[in-house]
Design a protein around this ligand. Structure first.
Ligand SMILES: [Zn+2]
Ligand SMILES: [Zn+2]
Length: 836
């Protein structure tokens, strides 16, 4: 059937504006078009603004992790932001009220290093970098609501860090203690456990972290350890690998604490007593053993093996060891060697691989289950900060204990065996199985507990210990309290005062913020730079009015990022950290997008912070983030882009050569978003050529189809030609594929591929269309619905340019075209199912 030239034109829109020049550009030029649109958008600060809670639309909070303002975006950022941007656009186009903000994680050490190098104050350096990166983001055409920009180094933000800190102090969640801390000699500051990666600084991959003793401020994250663990099960919108990493980091282990009496040293010296026979039934401490009154408590996850204990092992810094060593100079010397070995191994990052050494103290402890005397050793592989700093050594059933016992000739005693060989008559083959550590086993040589399964034995033996007052069930966590003191300048001052009379006194709320002074000399030695400023240090005690000394440490910058996303909902509020009801509307974050490297730092601290804020009555949500997406890395020539590898591709170069649209679309197109993306410049060039083809296709036919684009879209009652029907079907198949890929799976790459196919089909049909085989009205509708999904993928510049040529920018797409809230209309949400 040939097209009917007299087709009724039922949906003609009169262009609301005079149509622009009819002399079309033959070639799409991003260098001309993109800045023109950017200028127009810059004049509208509300362009990407969220609407109030009363908008009646479903809310959608999409967030990309905020960058550190290094001064230069890299391709990893571009990829992260391109994903968030496409998602924000999709949500706008499908009728959501979208919050899509951006900010700056602006405190931190690089600003101080730059200050040393270039003699630029950290504040100035940081603010310059922010301005430069914001220009880059604008040039990329990213759709942020800048009205709620957050810059963490400004007093309007960090005063609330201080306010939160004081609230935590009041509740015992912030406290000060002297402890062993991780010290990076390169950063000249303390690091949290989470910032030590295999013994090295998280910022300085080649710098071994040292151990130092320092007074520090801690946040009691361990109070929330169980809840942080339990609530992981609610986060089914998070990648399983991140949940697993957090679970392991929290490291819950169930077990028991058992207290052993220590034998009086005088008695022990009198006679060398033979060890008791294995399998002795339960006995109180033997009459011939005198207890010293001292005790040692061990933590064990395997109380079922306690009859197999043949020694007690203490951490070199255990208080008992100090006691023993005080009376024994030879022991003192050996212990200090063990301390050194442990320190070196910790600094080397793999304490688990330490070459095990130990020394017998000459003292004995008494196993409360059977009255046996167990020699007390000091061993370099026992850590004071794990469990109780003391273990019972069961060499037959523990790898480490086995190695140690072999080395020092300590007794091995089998007390559990696999179910099939549990009959003691089978003994003989067991030696070869040692150390035997399986959970599913039966007890032997264990007095009244013989023949119990090990699970039941754990319950019964723990209950027995509780009943007799020498033990109890306990839970321990690998997670430690969060050390937040930093001996650096460029961070939030910790708002505390030290008064001789009143001790530690918080700065009153009405004196916040404690301002970070300007013009501070930055040096990398001698403690916090703030400590050298008398005008900062000397203060007045708010309690007694006497002199007080101000805390000179600053906060870990992970404090800043622990709650910044709440501040986005009312960033200019100067009465409170945020408006509680606005937060209640927007939270939890519907989709958070960032790198997996934050799995146990930022993402565990911010979960903790949310729970604290909930307990303060500020938020109602238990968790900050409903869905988390961790995008893959951008690599080139097989390696992650980095300056040291010399394989960095600058976004500015790509934009200059191919335009922002092509750069961004390529980063969506080249790989599924969760996979690593191997950057190929040919690929960017290819996307750029494709966008040029779309542009030419639309503009070439602008004159013919302009009249058919109206608010009602195309309608016709006339029968379609086979070609017209085929093209329409292809269009709707494409829209359907995009909807499915976009909504459920984020397969942006296959979306773009589908649009490319559609453009190929249209291009091939052009001669037939020109010959009148497809009515202009239909062709116009297809072109419009082709460009809509392209704007969804943020290829907005050529599309907008093309639409200006179509004269459709106001009439068809209305103000929505400029406001970026394009309704998808029959595209995407309501596409014609019959034509799929
Ligand atoms: Zn460092
Ligand atoms: Zn005072």
């Amino acid at each position: 059937m040939s097209a009917n030239k007299t087709t009724k034109k039922t949906a003609i829109a009169a262009p609301a504006e005079p149509s622009p020049s009819s002399s079309y550009e033959s070639r799409y030029s991003p260098a001309e078009t993109e800045p023109r649109w950017q200028k127009r958008w810059a004049e509208q600060p509300d362009l990407y603004g969220a609407e109030p809670a009363t908008s009646g639309k479903p809310k959608y909070y999409v967030l990309e992790m905020l960058p550190y303002p290094s001064g230069q975006l890299h391709m990893g950022h571009v990829r992260n932001y391109a994903i968030g941007d496409a998602l924000a656009r999709y949500m706008w186009m499908t009728g959501h009220n979208v919050l899509h903000p951006m900010g700056w994680d602006a405190f931190g050490l690089p600003a101080e290093n730059a200050a040393l190098k270039n003699n630029t104050p950290p504040r100035q350096w940081t603010l310059q970098n922010i301005a430069a990166m914001k220009r880059q983001m604008d040039r990329l055409g990213l759709s942020y609501d800048w009205r709620n920009e957050v810059t963490t180094c400004l007093p309007e933000y960090y005063r609330w860090n201080q306010w939160f800190f004081i609230r935590m102090f009041e509740r015992g969640l912030a406290y000060r203690k002297k402890s062993k801390v991780n010290w990076c000699p390169e950063c000249c500051t303390v690091l949290a456990n989470e910032q030590v990666i295999n013994g090295y600084c998280w910022r300085h991959e080649d710098t071994l972290v040292e151990q130092r003793d320092l007074e520090q401020w801690f946040l009691r994250i361990t109070n929330y350890a169980q809840e942080l663990l339990d609530d992981l099960s609610k986060l089914d919108g998070w990648p399983e690998k991140v949940r697993t990493m957090q679970r392991n980091w929290i490291g819950r282990s169930e077990g028991a604490e058992v207290t052993f009496q220590i034998e009086d040293a005088a008695t022990a010296a009198e006679e060398e007593q033979p060890s008791r026979q294995a399998g002795t039934t339960l006995l109180p401490a033997r009459d011939d053993i005198k207890e010293s009154g001292k005790t040692v408590t061990v933590f064990t996850t395997r109380i079922d093996t306690i009859f197999g204990a043949t020694s007690i092992q203490l951490a070199p810094e255990h208080p008992l060891v100090k006691d023993f060593a005080a009376a024994n100079p030879a022991l003192a010397g050996e212990v200090s060697a063990l301390i050194d070995q442990q320190k070196k191994a910790r600094e080397g990052g793999d304490i688990g691989a330490i070459e095990k050494h130990g020394v017998f103290t000459g003292h004995y402890a008494i196993n409360p289950f059977n009255g046996e005397r167990l020699p007390i050793w000091v061993a370099n592989y026992i850590l004071l900060d794990y469990g109780t700093g003391a273990i019972m050594s069961v060499p037959a059933h523990d790898e480490r204990d086995f190695d140690f016992a072999k080395k020092y000739g300590l007794e091995l005693r089998i007390v559990i065996l696999p179910r099939r060989t549990a009959d003691p008559a089978n003994s003989g083959e067991e030696e070869a199985m040692l150390p035997y550590t399986a959970e599913d086993s039966l007890l032997m040589n264990s007095g009244d507990f013989n023949t119990l399964g090990n699970q039941e034995a754990q319950h019964r033996m723990t209950a027995f210990a509780e009943e007799h007052g020498f033990g109890k069930a306990t839970v321990s966590y690998r997670l430690k309290d969060w050390g937040i003191s930093r001996q650096r300048y460029w961070g939030t001052p910790i708002p505390m005062l030290y008064c001789e009379k009143d001790g530690i006194v918080p700065v009153p709320d009405d004196q916040l913020p404690v301002l970070l002074p300007e013009n501070v000399e930055i040096t990398m030695e001698g403690g916090s730079p703030l400590g050298r400023l008398p005008q900062f240090v000397n203060a007045t005690c708010p309690k007694c009015g006497g002199p007080a000394r101000r805390e000179t440490d600053t906060m870990d910058t992970f404090v800043d990022s622990s709650w910044y996303f709440y501040r986005y909902t009312s960033a200019r509020d100067n009465k409170e950290p945020f408006d509680t009801s606005t937060v209640a509307y927007w939270f939890p974050i519907d989709q958070y997008i960032g790198g997996v490297e934050h799995a146990i730092l930022h993402l565990i601290y911010s979960r903790f912070w949310t729970k604290v804020m909930r307990d303060l009555g500020l938020v109602k949500n238990d968790e900050p983030v409903a869905r988390l997406f961790t995008q893959g890395m951008v690599i080139k020539n097989g390696a992650k882009m980095s300056k040291s590898k010399g394989n960095v591709v600058s976004p500015d170069d790509m934009i200059a050569r191919y335009g922002a649209d092509a750069t961004r679309a390529y980063s969506l197109f080249a790989a599924p978003p969760d996979r690593d993306l191997d950057w190929q410049e040919d690929g960017v060039a290819g996307v750029s050529r494709f966008l040029g083809r779309v542009y030419r296709l639309v503009t070439k036919h602008a004159d013919r189809v302009r009249l058919y684009l109206g608010p009602g879209g195309y309608t016709s009652t006339d029968p379609l030609s086979p070609l017209g029907l085929a093209l329409l079907r292809k269009l709707h198949q494409t829209i359907h594929k995009i909807t499915v890929d976009f909504d459920g799976r984020w397969h942006f790459n296959t979306c773009i591929a589908a649009i490319m196919e559609l453009v190929n089909a249209l291009t091939a049909a052009v001669p037939a269309i020109a010959a009148g085989e497809v009515p202009d009205a239909i062709f116009a509708g297809i072109l419009r619905d082709l460009v809509l999904p392209l704007t969804l993928l943020r290829c907005q510049f050529p599309v907008l340019a093309a639409m200006v040529h179509l004269g459709a920018s106001r009439a068809d797409f209305g103000a929505a075209n400029d406001s970026q809230h394009l309704p998808l209309r029959n595209a995407v949400s309501g596409h014609n199912r019959d034509l799929r």
